[in-house]
Design a binder for this molecule. Structure first.
Ligand code: NAD
Ligand code: ZN
Length: 252
């Protein structure tokens, strides 16, 4: 199976990757569903919806600051690094991720499409102000601030620039992702339960257009029935083994 996957990847014309929370599990960031899932300690409707933020912004900001701290300390794992290397080799054309943890970029991937936002970005609830706290160098100061964060431009409340339940996805990112999916002849689907739409349409679109799917996940998911190759196991371990075989295949 893994040999076959390596061959397909090495000889692909337009490979993309579609990733979810599971690719970051080995970096110590809990997934949403399943054992050790993030939602076991928090009720989704209390922290990740626009209504929750209107009702209790302090609770939501406490939750997100906790997540920022965790994600800041996490390191990219072998799966993130393997994808970055496949891009450098010219094989992987883009990573489409549902993750907000920034680990793909930190691993060195350049063409990353973030469908659900990014944990380091904030945006104003009233005006068009947006800020990447890592780029502005304000992250530590922001995390230490006890008060609710205010917009430097208009004074209104700032919110995390992530997609909450019930909110639409950023249009440009979604368009780009769908276009990539239409062009792809092969898609690596890694660590996603493929239950959150519209993101989960991406592998379906690849398949509709005649492309193939390689799934990497320890469990069955919403797209397992569409997968051409299923590699059962942890993303880091599998991608590491796969990368070695791909290097070998490319050298032949
Ligand atoms: P999910 O929690 O629904 O599914 C996680 C999937 O990962 C499951 O299929 C599980 O079997 C698999 N998995 C667990 N450990 C794995 C490992 N070591 N290697 C490979 N796969 C593994 O996550 P989802 O599909 O991404 O969708 C839910 C939402 O979760 C997304 O909207 C995303 O924004 C959000 N989320 C993001 C992060 C993050 O940024 N790291 C973390 C938690 C949730
Ligand atoms: Zn503002």
């Amino acid at each position: 199976m893994i040999e076959e996957a390596a061959k397909l990847i090495a000889h692909s014309r337009f490979l993309i990757a579609f990733t979810g929370a599971g690719i970051s599990a080995e970096s110590g960031i809990p997934t949403f569903r399943g054992h050790g899932g993030l939602w076991e300690n928090y009720r989704v409707e209390e922290v990740a919806t626009p209504e929750a933020f209107r009702r209790n912004p302090s609770l939501v900001w406490d939750f997100y600051k906790m997540r920022i701290r965790k994600m800041k300390d996490a390191k990219p794992n072998k799966a993130h690094l393997a994808l970055a290397e496949l891009e450098k080799m010219g094989i992987l054309k883009a990573v489409i991720t549902q993750n907000i943890d920034d680990l793909h970029r930190r691993a060195g991937s350049e063409n990353v499409i973030e469908l659900h936002g990014n944990i380091y970005r904030v945006k104003c609830t009233s005006c068009d102000y947006r800020e990447n706290l890592k780029e502005s160098g304000r992250l530590d100061e922001f995390l230490d601030e006890g008060e609710l964060p205010g917009c430097p431009k208009c004074g209104s409340l700032l919110r995390p620039d992530v997609v909450w339940f019930g909110e639409p996805l950023p249009e440009q990112a979604l368009d780009e992702a769908f276009n990539l999916a239409r062009r792809a002849d092969l898609c690596l689907v890694i660590g996603t339960s493929a239950q959150v739409f519209p993101a989960a349409y991406i592998p379906m679109l690849v398949k509709d257009e005649g492309g193939r799917i390689i799934e990497i996940n320890p469990d069955n998911t919403g797209i397992t029935h569409l997968a051409d190759i299923i590699l059962r196991g942890k993303a880091g371990e599998i991608m590491d083994g796969l990368l070695k075989k791909i290097r070998h295949e490319v050298r032949r």
